[in-house]
Write a protein that binds this ligand. Sequence first.
Ligand code: FES
Length: 236
Amino acid sequence: MPNKLKLKIDGEYVEANQGDSVLDAAKAADKFIPSLCHVKGLSGVGSCRLCMVEVAGVPRPLPACTTPATEGMVISTVSEKLTKYRRMIMQLLLSERNHVCAVCVSNGNCELQDMATRLGVTHSEFPYRYPRLPVDASHPRFVLDHNRCILCTRCVRVCAEVEGANTWNVVKRGIHSMVAADLNQDWGESDSCTMCGKCVQSCPTGALAIKGKAVEEMTKHTDTVSRLAATRGGTR
Ligand code: FES
């Protein structure tokens, strides 16, 4: 078949389409690679670093979501080193903000929680920072809790790439980075927000939630975002 690439993942030959990332190719071959910032249909940014894989001939691990699949590539998705890295990254994510599941509306329906469980991470060996971060409840329908945010930027990308509203941005730098509506104002004051809720549906944690939802009710539908992206010409 034209334009098909052949590569080897964990010792198995798989085919990928031109333009696919290593993560796309692995998923198509039913291989699990941990990921949090990736959403099918949105651009890849490689921000969570959980999807690190080893590529033959490359001295350092590469993020599968932003590494294009190429002909003849030989990839390992499982190794002692990768497991160690992924667990360390997960612990850093957990220690950065206040991920206290017992008092989170997404408890039981949280991708961060699920991924930590899958990676066998129950706590962080790094000191917890316990930052004092605000909760923006100014929007009539939704709420933003910065304490739960992992800065995956799914909300930023879905708002720009699918909804076209460009409400969300990231302000500040490094550990102080935060998502912000419009010109860093209260979400409820945003002129650009269309109230579509795609940011909420894309959010992997309890950082973005629908007001008035109880714990068991706050489920997310990221697959709907991917379907929308596909119908609007997304290719990833
Ligand atoms: S999924 Fe690749 S870096 Fe987050």
